[in-house]
Design a protein around this ligand. Structure first.
Ligand code: ASN
Length: 568
C-alpha cells in the first residue's frame, strides 16, 4: 500500500515537473479560422476560445495564464494562454494567439503583411521558444519564402500552417495541421522558416501549393521534408540549415516589389514579353520557361530579353515543371544565359519572386544580385555541385556525442572537427541525459574558442536543458564572462522567467549572507558573493533601452547571475 502511494506520488511529481515550452501563435487569417456566413466562408475572430479551448488535445484544463506579447509596432498586449496536456516528450506546450486586425484571406496578403509578421516575431523573440503563423493556403508558400529571407540569423523555429477546411467544420484538416506544427515547434529546435501541412514539415522556401482541394495540398518537389509526423516524429537533421555567423537575429525588411512573373507558352509573341519588360519601374522578372529552361526559338524574343538585361532588369529563369532544374542543356536555354538571364536552378516561382523582391531591396549592385540569385542563401535552391548528405550508415549517435563531449572538455578543436566532419552538424542539437547539448557543455568550461567554434558550426543558442536553461544561463551561472559575451553576440538571451529566478536567488543569497555575517566571528560575507557575472538585462524587448540591476550572488548555485542595464 505504502509503496504504491510512494510510487503514485513520485509519478505525480514527475508529471508536474515537466518543462513547458512557449509558442506564440500569430493568426493572420485564412480558411483555418473561417466560419460560415450567408456570403460564404469569412475569417472570424476569437480562435483561441472558439477552436482551441474546447479541444482536449489543445487544452489540459489547467487555469489559463496571462502572457505578455508585443504587436509588430511594439504595443504590449496581455493574452490568455492555454497549455497542451503532457506530450510524449515529457513536456507541455503553453501558447497564446495574437490575432491580426483585419484577418485576411491570404490572397490579399502582400509585402506589408510579411513585414507585420516579421516584426511580430522579432518583438516577441525573447519571450517565446517558437512561432506558429496561421495563414491561408493560397499564398502560404509566398509568405513562407519571403519570411525565410527576411528573418536573418533566425535561431528559433518559425512554422507556417493553415488548412483546406475551417477548424469549426466537423471534418477538417486544421486540427491535425495545427497540432502537428505545435508539437514540432514545442520540441524540435529547427531554426528555419518552415511550412507544415498534412503531417510533413517543409523548408518554407521549397514548398508549393499543388492541390486546390485535397488535404495533401503542398509539396516540396526538390527538397525532402525536414520532418515527418507519424507515431514518431522524425527530423532530417542532416538537411536542416542553421545560422553559422556569430550575429544576432534581425529582420531585413527592405523589400522592393517592382517585379513580375511571366509564364512562357507556345506561340508567345516577343511584343507580349516586351510589353511586360517595359512596365514602368520594373526591376525584376521571373521567367517560367519550359522544361530545363527553354523557350520558343525566336531571335526577337532573345533580343528583347537581352536588351532588358542590359537596362538592368534582373531576369531569372525557372522551370514550369514541378520537379527538376533549369540548365544550359539546350540551345534556347544557352542563348538565354548568354543574353544575361540568370539561371534559377530548382527555385520554385514563389521562392524566385520573393528572393528577388528581397535582394532588390538590399541596395546591391546588379552583379551582386545576379550572383546571389543563383546561389543558395537559405537552402532555397540546389546548387549543381552540391550533393545532399544522407546518413543511414553513421556510427551510433551516442558514441559520437560522447566523443564530442570529451573533446569539448579537453578543448581539443581538432577532435571536435573530426567528430563533426562529413556534415554531422545535426549532432550539435543532440542532448545528453540532462538535456544538455554540446553547446551547454562548452558554455560551462573556460575555453571560449570551443564555444566560438560550435557556434560557427551552427549550434543553437536557444535549446533548453532539462532544467529549462539555455547555454547563456549556464555560462552565466558557471561564471564565464567571455562565454556569456559570445552567446549574447550569437543571439542568446535570458527568458523573463530566468530573470525572475535570478531575483529569487538574489533574495536567498542576501538572506543567507546576512545570517552568515551575523554568525561569523569576523563578519565575512558568503563565500562567492563577489564572483558575480554581468549579464545584460533581458527584461525588455526590442526598442526598450534601460533595465533593472539584479545582482545575484551565487551561494551554492554556481558563481551567480548579475543582470545589468543594457540595450539589447
Ligand atoms: N482562400 C483561402 C486563403 O488562402 C484558402 C485557404 O486558406 N485554404 O486564405
Amino acid at each position: 500500500m505504502v509503496t504504491a502511494k510512494i510510487r503514485r506520488d513520485s509519478f505525480v511529481q514527475y508529471e508536474e515537473a515537466a518543462a513547458e515550452s512557449r509558442v506564440l501563435i500569430i493568426m493572420t487569417g485564412g480558411t483555418i479560422c473561417m466560419r460560415r456566413s450567408p456570403d460564404g466562408y469569412v475569417p472570424a475572430e476569437g480562435f483561441l476560445d472558439a477552436c482551441l479551448a474546447i479541444r482536449p488535445s489543445f487544452n489540459d484544463m489547467s487555469p489559463p495564464k496571462e502572457l505578455t506579447a508585443r504587436t509588430d509596432s511594439g504595443e504590449e498586449l496581455t493574452l490568455k494562454s492555454l497549455r497542451t496536456p503532457l506530450t510524449s516528450y515529457h513536456k507541455r506546450i503553453r501558447y497564446c494567439v495574437m490575432e491580426f486586425n483585419p484577418l485576411l484571406d491570404s490572397s490579399s496578403i502582400n509585402a506589408k503583411g510579411w513585414k507585420k509578421i516579421a516584426w511580430t516575431i522579432y518583438n516577441n523573440y525573447k519571450e517565446f521558444d517558437a512561432f506558429l503563423v496561421l495563414h491561408g493556403t493560397d499564398s502560404l508558400a509566398y509568405t513562407s519564402s519571403a519570411l525565410s529571407f527576411m528573418l536573418h540569423n533566425l535561431g528559433k523555429p518559425v512554422i507556417l500552417t493553415g488548412s483546406q477546411t475551417p477548424m469549426t467544420e466537423l471534418q477538417n484538416d486544421a486540427t491535425d495541421n495545427l497540432l502537428g506544427s505545435l508539437l514540432i515547434a514545442g520540441h524540435f529546435m529547427i531554426p528555419e522558416v518552415c511550412l507544415f501541412f498534412n503531417h510533413e514539415l517543409y523548408r518554407g522556401n521549397r514548398a508549393t501549393k499543388v492541390n486546390a482541394t485535397a488535404f495533401a495540398a503542398f509539396q516540396s518537389p526538390n527538397c525532402p521534408p525536414l520532418a515527418t509526423v507519424g507515431i514518431n516524429t522524425t527530423a532530417r537533421w542532416d538537411l536542416i540549415t542553421r545560422p553559422n555567423a556569430i550575429e544576432r537575429f534581425s529582420v531585413e525588411e527592405n523589400l522592393d516589389a517592382h517585379v513580375a512573373c511571366l509564364r512562357i507558352f507556345p506561340g508567345i509573341l516577343p511584343e507580349m514579353v516586351e510589353g511586360v519588360l517595359n512596365l514602368k519601374n520594373l526591376k525584376g522578372l521571373v521567367l517560367e520557361t519550359f522544361g530545363a529552361g527553354n523557350l520558343p526559338e525566336d531571335e526577337r524574343l532573345i533580343s528583347v530579353l537581352g536588351e532588358a538585361c542590359r537596362r538592368g532588369i534582373i531576369i531569372v529563369n525557372v522551370t514550369q515543371c514541378l520537379t527538376g532544374t533549369v540548365s544550359p542543356l539546350y540551345a534556347p536555354g544557352t542563348a538565354l544565359g548568354r543574353a544575361g538571364v540568370v539561371f534559377g536552378h530548382d527555385l520554385t516561382s514563389e521562392a524566385a519572386l520573393t528572393k528577388l523582391i528581397w535582394l532588390l531591396g538590399k541596395n546591391l549592385t546588379d552583379t551582386q544580385i545576379r550572383f546571389q540569385m543563383s546561389h543558395s542563401l537559405r537552402g532555397e535552391l540546389t546548387e549543381q555541385s552540391q550533393t545532399l548528405f544522407e546518413h543511414p550508415g553513421l556510427t551510433p549517435k551516442m558514441e559520437s556525442l560522447s566523443r564530442l563531449g570529451y573533446a569539448i572538455r579537453d578543448g581539443d578543436l581538432e577532435e571536435i572537427e573530426r567528430v563533426l566532419a562529413a556534415q554531422r552538424e545535426w549532432l550539435l542539437n543532440e542532448v545528453d541525459y540532462a538535456g544538455r547539448t554540446p553547446l551547454h557543455h562548452a558554455a560551462m568550461q573556460g575555453n571560449s574558442d570551443v564555444l566560438r567554434h560550435l557556434l560557427s558550426r551552427g549550434a543553437s543558442v536557444h535549446i533548453r536543458n532539462r532544467e529549462n536553461h539555455t547555454p547563456l544561463y549556464v555560462a552565466a551561472d558557471a561564471g564565464y564572462p567571455e562565454n556569456v559575451r559570445l552567446l549574447r553576440e550569437a543571439g542568446g538571451h535570458l527568458h523573463p522567467d530566468e530573470l525572475e529566478l535570478a531575483a529569487m536567488l538574489k533574495q536567498k543569497a542576501i538572506r543567507s549572507s546576512t545570517s552568515s555575517m551575523s554568525n561569523s566571528p569576523v563578519g565575512g560575507s558568503s563565500s562567492n558573493a563577489d564572483a558575480t557575472l554581468k549579464v545584460p538585462d533581458e527584461k525588455h524587448g526590442a526598442g526598450h533601452a534601460g533595465g533593472s540591476k539584479i545582482a545575484v550572488a551565487g551561494n551554492g548555485v554556481g558563481k551567480g547571475i548579475d543582470t545589468e542595464a543594457a540595450d539589447c
